[in-house]
Ligand binder design. Sequence first.
Ligand SMILES: [Zn+2]
Length: 186
Amino acid sequence: MTTGAIIFGLAILIGVGLFLGQPYWQTARPQSNPLPSRRQQLLIQKDALLEQIRQMDFDHETSKIDPEVYARARPQLIEQAASLLKQLDELVDPRLDAAIESAITRQRGQVPQSNGHLAPQPALAAASGADAAIEAAIARKRARTTSLETAQPAAAFGEIVERFCSQCGRPRDPEDRFCASCGRKF
Ligand SMILES: [Zn+2]
């Protein structure tokens, strides 16, 4: 047996050894978080949705999708994405909000120009359309929630107090001393 054949044989052995050992030294790498958290799941779903919307926008631009299907499906996807983002919003600590806002700004592809204004990058301009629509949907949802939350306390003050019983809500005359329905003193 020549020296060359021995070296060749050793090289094959080392190669086989490395190949067989691969699963072991791969799993030996530290895994920071093996189970995705609720937040990570939502983020993954959100990314998948955004990708779907972008793909659909692209198909629409290249006339690969029926305009009617597009017009019907896109708002639904936007709504889904908005509700995902709202769930994410409710999960996060308010202190993280600023960090997320800046991340969203980055994701939109807005970069500060030398004059200090924000300008969309051309490559990501299409994506910012979807993001803006999602933000608008979130704003609508937020506004709805806020108006529901503030409707009750707001109704307890001002002129409404003069015209309805604060206990049972029955309309009353300003001259009434007692509620005709529940007997509450005014
Ligand atoms: Zn009453």
